[in-house]
Design a protein around this ligand. Structure first.
Ligand code: 13P
Length: 338
């Protein structure tokens, strides 16, 4: 039965002290990250980098799962072990990003729509054969004076819900990622208003499509002011985020795993910590699924050089450890210097 399979995956993936690593950057996005460090964006470099992350000794203590890019599912480590198996051996669950990127939403200037529903069922079957147990789909929402429009809200909610329904039917846990972008000069109140509209529309669509919320994970943005306004205070972020989530996310959802969305690693960890210190406790776990905020310091140290591999792994492990402390509300910024 599909529920049993989803429950088995969730039992390994949903964890109050371990986050999920997003290492599912598309070839183009990896290229942007590599370019900043002067690393060539070749398949071999991407493979080496992902091997470095997944094989970091003991990283499974702090991470329960990894979202991979489809190319990575077929890659092997230097000893010929599939990277999916390297992930599994660490006690982490392999997953895969299944949207095929995004483009302009026709009829709604400034808004985007994500691609990839056509042929999704066949791809999900292939990814499962390759070892993936869960999936992720990202939709993005810009905040401007005119965006997101009501068309953008309903169109993106619809694709997220159709994706989630297909995943559940295929026995894969869907991570539903409606990302409200941090870019811009908007206030935290404006971000809260838009996030509430976004999540409301997404859960309405999930309901219409018969998606069982007990077997869904939500990956939202934290509610913060736009990047141009500078860093928001963690307590303010936690309060605005929880108010928004309580108004929109049913208690049936087991875990909310925030993206980092361009926050610095320290900022993202401090915000996760504040969220987990908030009382009363909300009905869902408040967890994380970061890409940049987990990877950035390690990527910088690696720089594409073999001799930096171990130091990069140590830094990656430390970031994962600090985030695990934040999941318990036990992180302080003084821990950073160590
Ligand atoms: P960031 O944590 O870098 O926002 O990435 C999360 C993610 O999976 C984006 O799709």
């Amino acid at each position: 039965m599909w529920q049993r399979k989803l429950q088995e995956t969730l039992a390994k993936l949903v964890d109050s002290e371990r986050g999920i690593l997003a290492a599912d950057e598309s070839i183009e996005t990896v290229g942007q990250r590599f370019k900043l460090q002067g690393i060539d964006n070749t398949e071999e470099r991407r493979r080496e980098y992902r091997e470095l992350l997944f094989s970091t000794p003991n990283v499974g203590r702090y991470l329960s799962g990894v979202i991979m890019f489809e190319e990575t599912l077929e890659q092997h480590d230097a000893n010929g072990t599939k990277l999916v198996d390297v992930v599994r051996k660490q006690g982490m669950v392999p997953g895969v990003k299944v949207d095929l990127g995004k483009g302009p939403l026709t009829g709604s200037p400034g808004d985007m729509i994500s691609y990839g529903l056509d042929g999704l069922a066949e791809r999900l079957e292939k990814y499962q054969q390759q070892g993936a147990c869960f999936a992720k789909w990202r939709s993005v929402y810009n905040i401007t004076e005119h965006n997101p429009t009501s068309l953008a809200l309903s169109a993106n909610a619809e694709v997220l819900a159709r994706y989630a329904a297909e995943c559940q039917a295929a026995g894969m846990v869907p991570i539903v990622e409606p990302e409200v972008l941090i870019d811009g000069n908007h206030s935290i109140h404006e971000a809260a208003r838009v996030s509430e509209q976004v999540l409301h529309s997404v859960f309405h669509a999930l309901h219409l499509h018969g998606v069982a919320l007990e077997y869904v994970m939500l990956k939202p943005s934290m509610v913060t002011a736009g990047k141009a306004q500078g860093r928001s205070n963690p307590e303010e972020v936690a309060q605005a985020t929880l108010t928004c989530l309580r108004r929109t996310v049913p208690a049936a959802v087991p875990s909310i795993n925030f993206l980092s969305g361009g926050q610095s690693p320290e900022e993202a960890t401090a915000n996760i910590n504040a969220l987990n210190q908030s009382r009363p406790r909300p009905p869902w776990l408040l967890n994380l699924s970061f890409a940049r905020a987990l990877q950035e310091p390690a990527l910088r140290i690696w720089g594409g050089e073999r001799q930096n591999r171990e130091r990069a792994q140590a830094v990656f492990l430390e970031r994962a450890r600090l985030n695990s402390l934040a999941l318990r509300g036990e992180y302080t910024e003084q821990m950073e210097s160590g």
